[in-house]
Every structure is written in C-alpha cells, then in structure tokens.
Ligand binder design. Structure first.
Ligand code: FHN
Length: 599
C-alpha cells in the first residue's frame, strides 16, 4: 500500500533527512538527543531490558489444579477461589510446603540463558501465603516445614547472574481476617474486620520486602480489584517510593488498570508502567512504558494437567512484537511444588536463548520501530547510532520473491545487511516505499533479522490506503483511526472491538489516482446475545451506505457482506464507519473493509 506522498516528496524527505516533514510526522520517542527527564532516567534500565522471567510459586503449586481428587477448572494459583476452598481447608497445605528441589541458582541460570534481564517472583499471591519469614505474620514459610527464605535465595542467585529483582505482591488477600469483602466461599464472620488494619499489615510486609534484600528494582502489584481505589493506590505508591525511590511500581498499584488490556483507564492513576496481560498491544504506544505478561502454557501457577505449551517460535515472536512496539515481555514459569521449573519451560527458555544470544542486539536497548502499524511480514525495532539510526527488520515470513517492501519513511537509507549472517541485501527507494532485496533463503529458522542503517532520524510518513495491484483497496482494523470512548483493537489479528458507544467511529485515509466506483465488502462479527443493529459506511461527503448486521455465532466468528457500492473521487478522501442503530451492547466487531473496483 502506498502512502499519500509522491515519490518526489519522499526523495525530498530523504534528501533533507526528513527535516521538511517534521510537522507531518508522528514522533517516535527516542532518548538520544532529547532532554532526559527524571522519569526517563528512572525507566532507562526497564526500557533497555525488554525480556524478563515471571515466576508464580506458592502453596497453590502443591495441589497443582486438583483438590480432593477433583480437577478444578482454570485453577493453578486460583484454586482457593475456583475450588471454593475455605481458609480452614486451605491452611493445612502449609504443613506440606517442602520444595526440596528448589534451586534458585538453577532458576537464575535458566533465565540468564534465555536472555532475561529481570525476574518478577510472587512473594505473596492472593492466598496471602508469604515465601519469606515475615515478623507480622505466621502465614508464611517461617512456620512451614521448609523455612527457606525464597526471596533471599532469589535475590542472591539472580543478582549473581546480573539479573534485576522484582517482587510480585498481591494486594488482594484471601486469607487475612481484616481483608474484606470476603470471597463467597469464605464464611468467616467479618465482625471486627478492619481493612485499614489490613493496609497497615500490607505496608509492613512491603517495607520488609523493600529493605531486607538490597535495592529491589520493581514491585509488581496485583489483585487491585477488590476494595481498592485511586487514592489508596497513590498512598501505597508514595509509601513504597518513600522507602525505595528507585523501585519501579506497575500500574496495578493504582487500581487504574483497564482489565487485561493493562493500560490505565484514564488520567491520574499511580504506577510507572502499564501491564497488558496475556495480550500484546496491537499497535505501538509511543511514549508509554509497558510490559506484557504471558504464560508459556495456559496457567500462571503450576498445573499438572496443563500441557497447552506455546512453541518457542511463538514465544520468540511475542518478544519481538513487544520490543517492536516499545514494550517488555514478561514470560512466566510455574515451578512444581518440589521447586523445579517444568522441563517444557526449560526447553523453551533454552531455545529462546539460542536466538537472543545471536540476535539480542536487535532487542536489548532498542526502541519501538518507526512504523505506525506492524509490518505484514514481521516487526521492526530501532536504535540510535553514531551516524544516525539503525533499523532491525525482524522477518517472520521470508519472502519467496526475495524482496521486502517497507512502508514509506522519511529516511535516508545508507546500507543494508543481515544480522549475524552472511549475504548481501540491496536497498532502493521506490514509489511504494523502501525495497530490500534479500537472499533466497531465510537466515534463521525462526526469525531472521535484516539491518537497515539510515542517516539521521527516521520517521514514519502518514499512511493511507491505496489500490493494490488488482485495483482493490483493503483496510484492516490494525490500520484504523479509532475515535470515541471505549472502542479499541482486540484479538490477533485484531478487529475493532468494544464498540459500546454509538458515538464512536472508525476511519481510514484513502487515496486513488483516478475516480472510480467500488463494491464495498465488510468483514465483521456480531454476537447473537448482545450484538446486532445497523451501521453506515461513508466516503468523504458522499451519501452514507447503510447496512443491517447479520448475526454470527459470536464476537470472533466473522462474515463478509457486500453492502453496496461507493464512488471514490480522484485524490485523497476518507472512509468512515459509524453506528446508526445500537439496540444492545454493541453492533459489530469490524475486521476489515475491501473496496473492489466495479469492472
Ligand atoms: O489473578 C492474578 C493471576 O493469578 C495472575 O497472577 C495474573 C498475572 O498477571 N494476575 C492476576 C490476574 O490479572
């Protein structure tokens, strides 16, 4: 797809080192050359790290998803909740806590070998059980058969491998008598329960965790959705920072997390970075610090029957995807009750290490790539160099015709090469964009990396949809401009979802050399339970093209309707979709629109 600029404008951009397009360009936040703020200084190591180990380890590892001979659905670390287990029935687990094979040095070596730069381990999950001996509690390892201070072992072993330390700490506490409201299965009386007293306890334990084990690099708060508030979040944020100013605190401290999407629901919530969970933002988030946490199988804590392991290639692509969008990848392991990381996890960590040890330059210390939308064949990261900018093009799908077309950039390419591989790469500025000519075969079985060195800074040029070789114009959700409340991209590949507000709209800039009439094909999903209604497609100022949705099987079950024809004028215009009648929660999830020229 061509951007809306003539090749002459591009050449001018290239020649002028893109100085002529500053006003047009989406700024890609990079540190080089700009005033480094206190926030930047504080976040620097986080932004460079890109890859980390998450560890869910605790009493819940013992049942491993089973309780009294029954398999409990969706339970690893949630077994107490999902199994409806009372505190009295859960407490005896403490007498079984004896991870005899726990070896923090082995865990640290596995993380180091994978190329992970920090670790986040559960000090206390929602069951309230502490993996260190806390003077303010006897619900911790201090009164268990095996009194090993897990935090101390982790801090020593991971620091020895040069890995920074993060403590996961749940605000939600299903065990402490002062935590209210209680779970449904928790029939303990709440008389005398005092949540303020619980907060004092919470702060006392955090002070222990922040002062007993050297400088802690981050506290990974969680469980912020019960009886928590923005005000409590700021109070806890300031409390922790008063003890350890350099310790980063995620946005779950503040209660502002927007569910699994993980970024803040609005302004004014506490927290240093966003925390998408089990998903990666579909597009980059310029100027935002974030980290996607994901499991290797389907469960955070150990679950003996969860064999749903993602491939190492999928895990690698997730790492690259996160880095290309300016975020970190926090990849989870759930050790067994004996204290061992499952072999399937170790295999994947070793496989990732083989790749990061060879191509890590394209991940660590890089920043989000300049492209406003993900590349169709891979991803891109960038770093500042002495003479300009180095782009790392991560190729997931090696081209059969030997060419890679990069969307247009205001850039002055100087040279292209293969990272950690032999072979030549040609580079040419063309009317469609920057064309790279690569060897016939991929240089890596999983993710190959092409390097493009450019003079000066590199910025994306405004994108718009243009006719492809067949004359059709395809616009996908990932390229859309979304306006209005709640609406956002969802899924992979994404559709436009959460279209809950009738005022929200979706649009794409278009450009065609000649006027023409096109059939309009809309691909969408509409859940029978809470979807359906009417929308309209608008082209520029022409009359709207109305359409009534046909319900599908669900929000991720798509269909394509040809809804009529539109006439495009020559030149630039806009394709927009609005909701005209919304009887239920939402009308549709919109995946793509294709304009097919009428012959
Ligand atoms: O409820 C927890 C869950 O057990 C797990 O710890 C994840 C990891 O991010 N956090 C919460 C769910 O958002």
């Amino acid at each position: 797809m061509r951007t809306c600029m003539t090749s002459m404008m591009l050449m001018m951009a290239a020649c002028s080192g893109c100085g002529g397009f500053a006003s047009l360009l989406a700024q890609t936040p990079v540190e080089a050359g700009r005033e480094v703020s206190a926030k930047d200084a504080e976040m620097a190591w986080f932004r460079d790290a890109r890859f980390a180990m998450f560890i869910h380890f605790g009493l819940y590892s013992i049942p491993g998803g089973e309780w009294k001979g029954k398999t409990i659905s969706n339970a690893g670390e949630w077994i107490m909740m999902n199994g409806g287990i009372s505190v009295a029935d859960y407490e005896p687990l403490k007498e079984q806590w004896n991870p005899t094979k726990f070896d923090a040095r082995a865990w640290a070596k596995a993380a180091k070998g994978a190329g992970m730069k920090y670790v986040v381990i559960t000090t206390k999950h929602h069951d309230g059980f502490g993996l260190w001996d806390s003077p303010v509690s006897d619900w911790d390892v201090g009164s268990a058969p095996n009194k090993t201070d897990i935090m101390a072992e982790i801090a020593t072993a991971f620091r020895a491998e040069g890995i920074r330390i993060g403590w996961y700490h749940s605000i939600l506490d299903w065990h402490h008598p002062d935590f209210i409201p209680r779970r449904a299965a928790d029939k303990r009386p709440t008389d005398g329960a005092d949540f303020e007293r619980f907060v004092v306890y919470l702060k006392a334990q955090l002070k222990e965790l922040l002062t007993r084990y050297g400088t802690i690099d981050m506290i990974w708060f969680d469980g912020e959705w019960v009886n928590w508030s923005r005000e409590r979040g700021w109070d806890l944020y300031k409390y922790c920072k008063s003890i350890s100013p350099k310790t980063l605190l995620n946005n779950r401290v503040g209660g502002g997390r927007n569910d699994m999407q993980g970024m803040d629901k609005g302004e004014g919530y506490a927290g240093d970075y966003g925390t998408p969970e089990q998903e990666i933002p579909p597009q980059g988030l310029p100027g935002v610090d974030w980290e996607s946490c994901m499991t290797m199988n389907g469960t955070w804590g150990w679950r003996k029957d969860d064999k749903n392991w993602k491939s190492s290639t999928t895990l690698l692509k997730n790492l690259v995807d996160c880095a290309s969008k300016g975020g970190n990848y926090l990849l989870n392991v759930g050790p067994t009750p004996e204290g061992e990381i499952p072999p399937e996890s170790l295999e994947r960590l070793a496989a990732m290490g083989r790749w990061t040890s060879k191509y890590g330059e394209s991940i660590y210390g890089t920043r989000a790539g300049p492209f406003l939308k993900p590349l169709s064949f891979g991803r891109c990261t960038q770093r500042k160099t002495e003479n300009g900018t180095r782009l790392y093009i991560h190729v997931f799908d090696w081209p059969k015709d030997g060419t890679l077309l990069l969307p247009r950039l205001a850039a002055e390419p100087v040279a292209a090469s293969l990272l950690a591989a032999e072979g030549k790469v040609g580079v040419a500025l063309t009317a469609e964009g920057i064309r790279l000519t690569v060897p016939k075969d991929a240089t890596d079985p999983e993710v190959s990396v092409v390097v493009l060195d450019c003079k000066g800074e590199v910025h994306a040029l405004p994108w718009c949809a243009t006719p492809g070789a067949d004359g059709a114009i395809l616009v996908n959700a990932v390229d859309a401009t979304l306006k209005g409340p709640q609406i956002r991209l969802e899924g992979n590949p994404p559709h436009v979802g959460y279209w809950l507000d009738k005022s929200a709209t979706v649009s794409w800039p278009l450009e065609t050399k000649t006027a023409g009439t096109f059939d309009v094909e809309v691909t969408y999903a509409a859940n029978p339970a809470n979807g359906g209604g009417d929308f309209a497609v608008h082209v520029g100022s022409a009359a709207a093209l109305p359409h009534t949705v046909t319900l599908t099987k669900g929000w991720f079950d798509y269909r394509t309707d040809t809804i009529g024809t539109v006439t495009l004028p020559a030149g630039a215009t806009e394709l927009r979709v609005s909701i005209t009648n919304k009887p239920k929660d939402a009308v549709l999830n919109l995946r793509s629109i294709r304009l097919v020229p009428k012959s």
